[in-house]
Design a protein around this ligand. Structure first.
Ligand code: SF4
Length: 607
């Protein structure tokens, strides 16, 4: 199978049985790889109603057909499972070098099943695959574990690990790779922890078959050349994702004090330019990346090295908690990485607790004596540690802000900023209807990477509610996850303006299957709809109300900055959903119609 290693590695942790089985050609054709494979295996293999932290749940690590090839940014893979945070689908994409190594070792995906009786790590050296004792690593931080395993096994091994957050089943624990790249969202690290898998270490030496090598080289050269010549390359490489921090602050999209407003009075201290001058040491990229956006930093104030902070961490651990010193944000980032918790959800949890504290809903007794006022960096650091170790208030916040707000009550549900139980990522959406809709309808919860529409809002009118806006969100929800299925980074398209349709001939050259760009988008739509069906199957009463945004954005106007006094009225929220469901071919409750499922060839599968 051109573009694929052709083999799935199945690891049963309960019995220690390791099996290799051929990748089903039809499944690869219908779902491509990465994200598509993840939801396919969840749908077909994880029984309805499975406990996300129990033995029936599976953790699927999958590569795509482009992963490991010389295609710009072809170092992406996807981790999927039933989410312990939301009870629905979790799919987390990560870059780095692991995906290429898994392909070189001869596998398209690794499926973890069952629960190991003791801590283990999965060792893969081409055909040699073993579960090894990890008792001595249990309790150690993610970065520390990666260092130890690199020393023990060799630098060429690519490692993914969990930290104490995953071991302690924090519902938004992440999986860390390459000293700071994260499969961050939805609690994939908690599922790995529940399975008692501390790490995966992979080395491979095989090749990946390509259908038409000549055509492939031609296209690959053209894509790399276009990246190199792109006007945006310089600034992107210099600042990475932090390039948007100043823009977000200026237009009122930078979440501040638990999304109460979109502009931070100390925001300029967190801008990309300041970060570059003060803490960045070097740039760092994923496999085959022509535009490395990773920034490797050192904070003198705290004496630690860290990859980042990226924009999302600046927004959630920084302005959203009102931390106005980039070195404090870098240290918060380091803590999240080492502890193995998603900095987006963790930043939200700390900011939520800070707001509860300032409103008197949490007392010093509740916080264990922490003075949780916005801006108190030491208190934020202490709370991150408590979350990862599930101590005191940290134990409650480790459940996510939805559950925490339900337990605290007293109206705190109104400012728990989440959709479907997942904390919202770094864009303030009091008045940005496309971005708001993107959060409402993203297939994991309030995550930006399915449709990043905030700049589009500013271009066409941020409070506009119109079919074109909805259509744009849907198109993005097909394009961006398609990259996660192909196994490539989307940022060369987003940031460097690489013509997205070039990926169709590239996929054809690699796989030997001629498909147009529209054909590929159709596959992405199939994946999107199967994911929706997964939510419907797993979450009782799932439907329209699960797509509602946090009341913060439709009930409580923004308190400051350019959007001061603004909100999105609830009628507009309903209009957006009506248009969205209609354009998607779903009914008024957000359920895909039989006609839509038939059009996508899903009728048999979801029966
Ligand atoms: Fe990785 Fe950034 Fe390059 Fe994408 S642009 S491949 S995320 S380094």
């Amino acid at each position: 199978m051109n573009g694929y290693a052709g083999t799935i590695l199945r690891v049963n942790l309960t019995t220690s049985e390791i099996r290799k089985e051929p990748l089903d050609e039809k499944v690869a054709r219908d779902f491509l790889g990465g994200r598509g494979l993840g939801i396919y295996y969840l749908w077909t293999e994880v029984p309805k109603g499975a406990d996300p932290l129990g033995p029936e749940n599976k953790l699927v690590a999958s590569t795509g057909p482009l992963s490991g090839l010389l295609v710009p940014g072809a170092g992406k893979m996807d981790w999927a499972c039933k989410s312990p945070l939301t009870g629905g689908y979790a799919g987390a994409s990560v870059g780095g070098h692991l995906t290429a190594e898994i392909k070189y070792a001869g596998y398209d995906a690794i499926i973890f099943e069952g629960i190991s009786p003791k801590p283990v790590y999965l060792f893969i050296d081409d055909d040699r695959v073993e579960l090894r004792d990890a008792s001595d690593l249990w309790g150690k931080g993610s970065i520390t574990t990666e260092e130890i395993l690199k020393k023990r096994l060799g630098e060429e091994f690519q490692i993914a690990t969990i930290g104490p957050g995953g071991e302690n089943l924090v519902k938004y624990a992440c999986i860390t790779h390459d000293f700071g790249r994260q499969a961050g969202r939805g609690g994939v690290g908690a599922v790995m922890g529940a399975k008692k898998v501390k790490a995966v270490a992979v080395r491979g030496s095989k090749t990946i078959p390509v259908a038409d090598p000549e055509r492939f080289w031609e296209l690959a050269h053209a894509m790399f050349r276009a990246c190199k010549e792109a006007e945006g390359l310089g600034p992107w490489q210099r600042y990475g994702t932090t390039i948007v921090t100043s823009w977000c602050d200026e237009v009122g999209a930078l979440p501040t004090r638990n999304f109460q407003q979109g502009s931070f009075e100390q925001g300029p201290n967190l801008y990309g330019q300041v970060m570059r001058e003060r803490i960045v040491i070097t740039d760092k990229g994923c496999f085959a990346c022509p535009s490395p956006c990773g920034k490797y930093s050192y904070t003198k104030k705290h004496g630690v090295f860290v990859e980042g902070p990226e924009y999302e961490t600046i927004a959630l651990v920084g302005s959203n908690c009102a931390l106005g010193d980039i070195e404090d944000v870098a240290y918060g980032n380091y803590l999240c990485d080492e502890l193995g918790i998603d900095s987006i959800s963790a930043g939200n949890a700390v900011a939520f607790a800070m707001e509860c504290y300032e409103r008197g809903l949490l007392t010093p007794e509740d916080t264990g004596g922490l003075d949780l006022r916005f801006g108190n960096a030491q208190a934020a650091f202490a709370l991150l540690e408590k979350i990862a170790r599930r101590e005191g208030l940290g134990n409650l916040l480790a459940e996510g802000v939805k559950v925490a707000s339900q337990r605290i009550g007293q109206g705190s549900e109104e400012f728990a900023v989440q959709v479907k139980g997942m904390e919202q990522s770094g864009y303030e959406t009091h008045n940005a209807t496309a971005m708001l809709l993107a959060y409402m309808t993203a297939d994991v919860g309030a995550h930006h990477n399915r449709a990043w529409a905030i700049t589009y809002d500013l271009q066409v009118g941020r409070d506009r509610v119109a079919p074109e806006k909805v259509a744009r969100v849907i198109l993005l929800q097909h394009i961006r996850p398609l990259f996660d299925s192909m196994g490539a980074c989307r940022l060369q398209w987003v940031e460097l303006g690489i013509d997205v349709t070039q990926y169709a001939p590239m996929m054809a050259a690699v796989t030997g299957i001629e498909r147009s760009w529209e054909d590929l988008l159709k596959i992405s739509e199939r994946t999107w709809n199967l994911t929706r069906m997964y939510w419907i199957r797993e979450v009782e009463g799932f439907g329209r109300t699960w797509d509602y945004p946090a009341p913060r954005f439709y009930k409580h106007p923004s308190t400051g900055g350019p959007t001061k006094g603004q909100l999105t009225p609830f009628e507009a929220v309903q209009q957006l959903l009506d248009m969205y469901y209609e354009q998607r071919g779903w009914d008024k409750n957000g359920i895909p119609t039989p006609e839509k499922l038939a059009e996508l060839g899903l009728t048999e599968l979801v029966r």
